[in-house]
Design a protein. Structure first.
Length: 448
């Protein structure tokens, strides 16, 4: 009996040692374990399990989420200087003149086109599946129809307001834009500085480039420190999310959530097909090389928070040149919101079905246009999609108070669409590096 006990102890010790070797050095596996453990702990301390009081569960959830909040704050602390330094150095290292214009036009055209495709795909899926018919709200529909959300966005701007809006995009006070985290204004300011630096002699611009290079290195050192918290951050955030909303709440709008998730999977499939046909990168290899990044993006719900890791993954795993990654990734985190556009299109059609609002062809086209326009330049932070959605649904006659109906599952969908947004940034990096710039080099070669 004693010998069997010793054997069991040795077996457990060997299993523990084997698991430690398996997990060590595999951040993606650590993040997955953290997600699963956080989900289990969140269910245990949630109101449905009844193991602890509701107030006690909230306190425990807040403390468990402390590493996650610390992780997000640490990353967000360096996002602005890293974005500015990366764009200026990336553009300065890019080809000058016509090649720079070519690069910028291709990147923006890629983002706008794929965002439009994503919104159209979302509408088609919502019309085909019709998730609104699976939800019977009864008299609560009238109550939601008369309730406006506190954070409802203003009405879409008129044509006469467009010149003023364009002027407002240019930061009159760049320091104020950095303090407020106005990412689109920061990107435009960095673009202007980079173009001005390109027009100067290299020796004149060299001190600025060296300074920004040092800023990048310091920011990446902080990122490496923050990544040590990643598994614990994911565990805490998942535990708090599950304990706050409960599994039943997350599953209550199953048809709607399933429609969004199917659309995001199809969009990810299009990305993988694009990578295979254009960049000659096998889909499984792309997923393997980016799994840590996508899992972290899923957990944090912020493409800005994982921006440093996105640039590192593009360079070290996908073989993208640093200059391209430093330009495309910060720009993509600002204007490339394909997953968000798809989600907003599905949500708008879903709410129209719930409230019995008929949307014609013009209304569907308006949803696509507004989803594309609203996604470009929206902050790369958690929860912003639900605010933008209020203005989109109101433009097609859906009561904006209906947005409250889907807020219970918004965090889960926010996490999913963020992962797709980040994968789109990496696809754009690879496309520019291996197709656009390669084509430019071929055009520059003298013909024999």
């Amino acid at each position: 009996m004693t010998e069997n006990k010793r054997l069991r102890i040795r077996s457990l010790a060997g299993l523990s040692s084997e698991l430690s070797r398996l997990v060590e050095g595999r951040l993606w596996l650590q993040v997955l374990i953290g997600m699963a453990a956080g989900l289990a702990v969140g269910v245990a301390i949630g109101p449905a399990a009844g193991l602890v009081e509701v107030r006690t569960g909230v306190v425990i959830g807040n403390w468990l989420a402390f590493p996650g909040r610390l992780f997000l704050v640490t990353i967000q602390m360096i996002v602005v200087p890293l974005v500015f330094a990366s764009i200026v150095r990336g553009l300065s290292a890019a080809p000058a003149g016509a090649d720079l214009r070519r690069l910028s036009l291709w990147v923006v055209a890629f983002f706008v086109t794929t965002t439009g495709i994503a919104a159209a795909l979302g509408i088609q899926l919502a019309l085909l599946i019709a998730p609104g018919r699976y939800l019977d709200m009864g008299s609560r529909v009238e109550a939601l129809a008369t309730t406006a959300p506190a954070s409802a966005s203003p009405a879409p701007p008129a044509l006469r307001d467009l010149p003023e809006i364009v002027v407002d995009l240019i930061p009159g006070n760049p320091l104020n834009a950095m303090v407020e985290g106005q990412m689109l204004q920061i990107v435009l300011f960095a673009f202007v500085i980079a173009v001005a630096a390109l027009s100067l002699p290299k020796q004149t611009a060299k001190p600025l480039m060296d300074l920004l290079g040092a800023v990048q290195e310091v920011c990446m050192a902080i990122v490496r420190w923050a990544m040590l918290l990643a598994p614990y951050a994911v565990f805490g955030l998942m535990a708090q999310l599950t304990s706050s909303f409960g599994v039943q709440t997350l599953l209550g709008l199953g048809a709607y959530a399933a429609t969004v998730l199917v659309g995001l999977l199809l969009l990810l499939g299009l990305y993988l097909l694009f990578m295979r046909l254009v960049a000659q990168v096998p889909p499984l290899r792309f997923l393997r090389d980016t799994r840590e990044l996508l899992l972290l993006a899923f957990s944090t719900s912020s493409s800005a928070a994982v921006m440093p890791l996105s640039m590192q993954t593009a360079v070290s795993k996908l073989g993208v040149r640093p200059a391209v990654a430093q330009f495309v990734v910060p720009l993509g985190a600002t204007i490339n919101m394909n997953g968000t556009a798809l989600y907003q299109a599905v949500a708008a059609v879903f709410l129209a079905q719930v409230f019995g609002v008929e949307i014609g062809t013009g209304g569907l086209a308006l949803i696509v246009a507004m989803a594309v326009g609203a996604s470009i330049g929206s902050p790369a932070t958690p929860g912003v999609g639900i605010v933008i959605l209020a203005s989109i649904v109101s433009s097609v006659g859906v009561p904006p108070g209906g947005v409250a109906l889907i807020m219970g599952v918004d965090r889960l969908l926010d996490m999913s669409r963020t992962a797709v947004n980040v994968s789109g940034d990496l696809v754009a990096c690879t496309f520019v590096d291996r197709w656009v710039l390669a084509d430019a080099r071929r055009d520059a070669e003298p013909s024999l």
